[in-house]
Design a protein around this ligand. Structure first.
Ligand code: DGY
Length: 323
């Protein structure tokens, strides 16, 4: 029997590419340069499966190609706001994602960012590397204590819950949660967390606010100037969710006029381009979308895509079907 043809749009971990090459008639993007819209559109017409990731924008131009050959999009990321849901449905495509396997590592990066911005680690590193450090003194780069403070988590899915575990059990933080749906009392109890109804209820109570909700149109600019104004003036915002969740212009204003204590971002609207004004903010820590960037998570994400493909081509419902 002919093996299904699959296109992998970026380089994946070697072990996963090797397995894909064994199981499928696989084409790899060895240059690792993101494909243009036209190439993605052609791929939908040519391959049985297309395996994209967050850097591929799959909108109507790509997905609505009449009679696509591709019947499954085996997406390599948990977030899938880069895939237009209505176009995928219209074209009869199944879409899968890669949940669970990256939750711990993404929460680790959110913790890293929280600690970095509170303890001014980015500023300190820049100072040391640039040869500007003049030595220890009691008033040097004094930051904010994290232990025992209140953490607000917006979006209490798997990653939000991992963040809560680290903050509560590791740093003795109080956890306040806002989520679209009610969280089961036993889940909240694991971190003695309190759920509030709205983002407005959460923001004024927190010393740190960490975003773990999905991206996409529904949450675009969820954090805007009005909501930034509700934060305490020494509170910190952490975003490891999606860039579009934060209005970056409003955030720049808040950072420049010190209406909040600082922010730490792993994701950006329009990444990898960074708004020039953000670059000027000393009270901002920035990482290049590293949430899932561990060998363990990135391999597990790839094998999760393989599981989803195996189910699909065997006529079963893939476990991670989202569309
Ligand atoms: C995801 O999976 O959605 C991350 O942003 C990339 O790992």
């Amino acid at each position: 029997m002919n093996k299904p043809s699959v296109l992998v749009t970026r380089r994946w971990p070697a072990a996963v590419e090797a397995q894909l090459a064994k199981d499928y008639n696989a084409t790899f993007n060895t240059s690792d340069v993101p494909l243009a819209t036209l190439q993605m559109r052609e791929a939908m017409k040519r391959y049985d499966a297309v395996l994209p990731t967050v850097t591929d924008k799959l909108d109507a131009d790509v997905l609505e190609v009449g009679k696509p050959q591709a019947k499954i999009i085996g997406n390599y990321s948990v977030g899938y706001s880069h895939i237009c849901e209505s176009s995928a449905r219209k074209s009869g495509m199944t879409v899968t994602n890669t949940p669970d396997v990256l939750s711990e590592c993404t929460a680790d990066i959110a913790m890293t960012l929280m600690l970095m911005v509170a303890r001014r680690a980015g500023e300190g590193e820049r100072e040391v590397r640039e040869g500007r450090w003049t030595g220890w003194r009691p008033t040097h780069l004094v930051g904010t204590k994290v232990s025992g403070k209140t953490l607000g988590i917006i979006g209490y899915g798997r990653i939000g819950q991992e963040m809560a575990k680290r903050a509560h059990h590791g740093f003795g933080m109080r956890v306040v949660v806002q989520n679209r749906s009610r969280i089961a009392p036993e889940v909240l109890a694991q971190c003695s967390a309190t759920q509030v109804d709205t983002v407005e209820d959460l923001l004024p109570r927190c010393d740190f606010v960490s975003l773990h909700c999905p991206g996409g149109a529904a949450n675009r600019h969820l954090i805007n100037s009005r909501r930034l104004d509700l934060m305490k003036e020494d509170a910190f915002l952490i975003n490891t969710a999606r860039g579009e969740v934060v209005d970056e212009w409003a955030l720049t204003q808040a950072l420049m006029f010190n209406t909040i204590g600082g922010a730490a971002l792993d994701v950006f609207d329009g990444e990898p381009c960074i708004a020039p004004d953000l670059m000027q903010c000393e009270n901002l820590v920035m990482l290049p979308h590293l949430g899932s960037a561990t060998r363990e998570a990135r391999e597990a994400m790839g094998f999760r895509v393989l599981d989803n493909l195996a189910d699909f081509f065997a006529g079963r419902d893939p476990r991670d079907q989202v569309i």
